[in-house]
Write a protein that binds this ligand. Structure first.
Ligand code: NAP
Length: 485
């Protein structure tokens, strides 16, 4: 069994704007509680929820207790520890757009401890919050702000938001969240690449045939249809999450595992991406199915041309990757909830065995969800007499099994990311120029399909997306991996 070392972070005041929202309830509060239980949150840490609703500390603690119980999946809570954690929570009612309440909030904040403000509110309020924190003198040079997604809607809006934040905060104070970067497997991708000699020499166009990145969801957009319909899969998933995954696979080794060294290398990848041409993108929209509404009904927009699915072939013009396509796809209402990265290696240069029919390419696959882990398919001899027949077997490593005590729980991305904010480590957060570069790449592709009046292709719920997405790879003589849990 492997016991991870827990080093408590410094004392902190964490202000969660939007502290009664969905994200706070499902992710932020449960993540804080788990870190508290793990011994990472010091005794004198404070969490202050902020929203417009009138509520006192006791009511907020009850809200948090319910959120933690809901997230715990029935895990028995030791009551003493639960109460200990809840005692650290408080609540102040503030309307981000009004003048009242800020003084009361200021009175709760202590000098001499790390101060972090988590903007878990609608993106339209990010700039307002930055302005108000400054105007009410609640933020100083040491204050950190955590900004949720989406960071802008396009390049112009992202630039404007960066400019507003920069009026009051240095880049070193701004933590732009992409929770994919907090996933254990995603960080493992860097460890596997840069802490082993095995893969890096092969990690280039000479040995890698192609890379596939799939982020598939089985749910539709019902519930957040109004937001989603203005974004679509390109803005909601590709510009941030898939782009970040692509960067971690494609980037050069940073000289150190330090925030700017890592982010510099990611930025270079984004800048080397080829422009997306219309023939390299397939957009889809899910149909109604038995017992489930179609996209347009879920989005409450009968004429919507927004994509709930997108697949694309991306080229990277640099020495390492020229000639190795990266295929990306993501969508809603697909066959399963499954995210993975697959690195497919090329054929050996020469076949020495007579019977090559069992041959399959080596594939390193990295599962992000569910069941985080890695799997490397290698060719071996099929057991038994009668000649040399080949078969492929997996070298499988489920992290939960390999590292955990009887399948220990892998920490949620938010646990890691919030603690990184308190520690002041920005490695797993997006820098402003990275976000802008990603928009600068997605904007022209969106403009092209909008100008062409392109409409998304319908696909069946529970499928792998539109047929044309399969063709995107077939015509290159390749195929997508199956979407399965
Ligand atoms: P939500 O459920 O709508 O919650 C919004 C929160 O903001 C509530 O606590 C609300 O409480 C508060 N609020 C609204 N207007 C306010 C104002 N003028 N001043 C102060 N507080 C105000 O939203 P959410 O789903 O938690 O999302 C929060 C942020 O996280 C968004 O940027 C979203 O894009 C991002 N995000 C969410 C998820 C997710 O799974 N939910 C995932 C990724 C990113 P009152 O109405 O009482 O003020």
């Amino acid at each position: 069994m492997m016991v991870s070392r827990i080093i408590p972070v410094e004392p902190f005041d964490l202000v969660v704007f939007g502290g009664t929202g969905d994200l706070a309830r499902r992710k932020i509060l449960p993540a804080l509680y788990r870190r508290f239980r793990a011994g990472q949150m010091p005794k004198n840490a404070r969490v202050i929820g902020v929203a417009r609703a009138a509520m006192d500390d006791a009511a907020y603690r009850a809200f948090a207790a319910a959120a933690i119980a809901e997230a715990g999946g029935g895990e028995a809570e030791p009551p003493a520890e639960g109460a200990d954690f809840l005692a650290r929570l408080g609540y102040v009612a503030v309307d981000a757009e009004a003048a009242a309440g800020w003084e009361a909030l200021g009175a709760r904040l202590r000098p001499g401890v790390v101060r972090a403000c988590y903007f878990s509110v609608a993106p339209g309020l990010f700039a307002t919050l930055a302005d108000r924190l400054h105007a009410h003198a609640l933020a100083g040079p040491g204050t950190r702000i955590v900004v949720e997604k989406p960071f802008g809607h396009d390049l112009d809006s992202a630039r404007a938001l960066n400019a507003t934040l920069a009026r009051h905060f240095g880049e070193g104070q701004i933590y732009r969240i992409d929770h994919y970067l907090g996933k254990e497997t995603v960080q493992n991708l860097m460890a596997v690449r840069f802490a082993n000699i095995l893969f890096e020499p092969l990690w280039n166009a000479r040995f890698v045939d192609h890379v596939q990145i799939t982020v598939a969801e089985s749910v539709g957009v019902a519930g957040r249809g109004a937001y989603y319909d203005r974004a679509g899969a390109m803005r909601d998933m590709v510009q941030n999450h898939l782009m970040q995954l692509l960067c971690l696979i494609a980037m050069e080794p940073p000289h150190r595992f330090e925030p700017d060294a890592v982010r510099d290398e990611k930025l270079k990848v984004i800048r080397a991406l080829d422009p997306l041409l219309p023939g390299e993108v397939v957009r889809g929209q899910y149909r109604a199915g038995p017992g489930s509404a179609g996209y347009r009904a879920d989005a409450q927009n009968p004429a919507s041309d927004t994509e709930s699915f997108i697949a694309m072939r991306v080229g990277i013009s640099n020495w390492r990757w020229k000639g190795t396509p990266f295929y990306l796809r993501t969508g809603k209402r697909l066959r399963a909830r499954a995210s993975e990265i697959a690195i497919a290696f090329r054929e050996p240069p020469h076949a020495i065995f007579d019977q090559q029919e069992g041959w399959k390419e080596n594939v390193l696959s990295i599962r992000l969800q569910p069941n985080e882990g890695m799997n490397l398919r290698v060719m071996i001899k099929e057991p038994g007499p009668g000649g040399m027949r080949l078969t492929d077997v997996p070298l499988d490593m489920s992290f939960a099994t390999a590292l955990g005590a009887g399948g220990a729980v892998i920490p949620d991305a938010y646990e890691r990311l919030i603690m990184d904010v308190i520690r002041g480590n920005q490695t797993l957060f997006m820098r402003g120029d990275e976000v802008e570069a990603a928009w600068a790449w997605t904007d022209p592709a969106i403009a092209l399909w909008q100008a062409a009046g392109d409409r998304p292709l319908p696909y069946d719920p529970g499928s792998s997306g539109p047929e044309d997405a399969l063709m995107l790879m077939h015509r290159d003589g390749r195929r997508w991996r199956e979407i399965r849990e």
